[in-house]
Design a binder for this molecule. Sequence first.
Ligand SMILES: Cc1cc2nc3c(=O)[nH]c(=O)nc-3n(C[C@H](O)[C@H](O)[C@H](O)COP(=O)(O)OP(=O)(O)OC[C@H]3O[C@@H](n4cnc5c(N)ncnc54)[C@H](O)[C@@H]3O)c2cc1C
Ligand code: FES
Length: 616
Amino acid sequence: MSILLAHFRGINRVGFVALVVASIGILLSVGATAQVSEEEHARHHPAQITPSPGTSPAQSPGPGMMEGMGEMMRGMHGTPPKELYPSLMSLPKLSPEQRTQVEQQADERIRTGNSLMAQAVDALAQGAASQDYAAMQDATTKLHEGMTQLESGISAKRALAEGRAPLDVALEWFRREMNLPISVAPASVGLLGNMQFHILVITILGAFAAVMIFMYFYKMRRAEHLLQALTGGEPSTPLARSAIPAPAAAIVAAPPVATAAPVSAAKKWSGKLRVGRIFQETPDVKTFRLMNSLGGALPFTYLPGQFLTVAVAPDGQLMKRSYTIASSPTQHDYAEIVVKHEDEGIVSGFLHNHVKEGDLLDFSGPSGFFTFTGRECKCILLIGGGVGITPLMSVLRYLTDRSWPGDIFLLYCIKTPRDIIFREELDYLQRRHPNLRVVITVSRPEGTDWKGPTGRITKELIVQAVPDVASRYVHICGPVPMMEVAKKMLIELGVPSGRMKTEAFGTALGKPEPILPKTPAAPSLGSEVSLPTVTFSASDKSAPLPPDKCILDVADEIGVEIDNSCRVGTCGTCRIKLLFGEVTMAVEDGLEPGDKERGMILACQAKATANVEVEA
Ligand SMILES: Cc1cc2nc3c(=O)[nH]c(=O)nc-3n(C[C@H](O)[C@H](O)[C@H](O)COP(=O)(O)OP(=O)(O)OC[C@H]3O[C@@H](n4cnc5c(N)ncnc54)[C@H](O)[C@@H]3O)c2cc1C
Ligand code: FES
């Protein structure tokens, strides 16, 4: 049983059911076809009865055996007993004429049998008197032949008279011949022509298959529940609930982001992750290795280049920020985010200064479409600036982990040599992978021993480092001004804009627009008349929507809660449904394919010149 289970574990759900159904089908069909007519059976097994002198044929009679009996009689008697038993086998189908014929044959046998026996008795008496043992032996043989004739004739008469299945009559005769117990239970035939025994076997196997299917689905359901519990969702049972250990050092009182969704590459996940390790990469950059809060594999899967959104409450107020996963999806046990401590940055400062190994943090994701898996094209040019190397590093690690055969170029611009993130790893990977070329340029080399390229990324540097650049697929991530310049240069070098992907980590200005206190704005008299209005249907609130503000800004002002993170149109956290009107969005990266068709917009980007209504 356990072997079977282990075997079935390797079969997927559909395959398993198909296998069981197919097995039952085969069993049924085998059962059904196994119990064909006797004639059919005899046709398929003609050699089953092979009588030989002194040996007994198989016990179950059939036409083959009947022929065998004929042969036997033929051997023992000059006149073979004709085809009496074969005729009897088809007794139910016999016409009245044929029945009469059989009856006549039976009478003839009885007569012949009697006569043979009488002759034999006389011969036996004479032989005994003259002590002629050879004659006595002949007489005995004749006596036996007579008995046989008589017996078959009587059996035939009985079958005709009683209307019993000739098979039984023949079997009875045969058993008597062989000195076997005479009582023979009639073969009972049931459903679909199956014998009861077969039906019983099929029922047992069917029940076994049903138990297997039940166990399989039960196991899957149980595993799903456990997984949900492990990944921060509501445990399904008290057992699962108690299986979750208390956090070693919970650091924030941040409320849970949301209930955990089932684990799926396609679905977003949210829940707690444990900070397994913290690595100081450069003076102001730290890597946070995030792990399943209960150990084991990560509770989600992701693509190289996607990001997670962390929710923390540094000053008691919930704040969300997005951080790219820099590790490779080939690592199933952890995901690493690499955070630069921004000057006066609230969340990055909190992560750097307060979070320690073992802490649990609330995350959601993975999100984003700034991904590259190697299937898109045969070569890739990655251009990064500062901490913008994180998504590129995930791609690079993923491609080298998988020994991707295409060309990989990394152009990386950083302020000083000591700011180079992953310096040693990049050297190491480059040594091991001849298809990887890394060019680092330092924009402020003064006072350092940097011997490599200096200055920002230029057209010359690109041409020098990347042969045939126009044919490359390009991913750019870094400060917005740097990305804009890089894009312009690449277009001038012949790279179609459709082959370039960019990701911004923040606004061009660096600091997001200040969020005003959540008190209703007091619109001026003039603006009330001229400005369009945004209506938040779920909150039953409306407010003027100035042309320089997005819907998220107005929502913040009048106290309408809209989940948000990057506020630059990248993360997609602020997606809401537009119920009425039209909006424009400067950045739409956070929208998923099909979102627009479904009327979804990014509140942090949406601006309007006429009245709009949104679901929030
Ligand atoms: C998709 C995406 C992926 C990202 N991936 C990463 C990543 O991998 N690594 C990473 O480090 N970041 C990443 N970011 C950026 C990250 O989300 C945060 O924006 C960043 O960490 C800054 O957040 P903060 O709370 O620390 O700064 P905030 O408090 O939000 O401040 C933002 C900026 O304003 C400046 N600032 C704040 N207060 C002042 C002030 N009084 N005067 C002047 N300037 C001020 C800060 O220096 C900072 O640059 C990503 C962003 C996005 C959208
Ligand atoms: S908040 Fe990130 S897309 Fe709007």
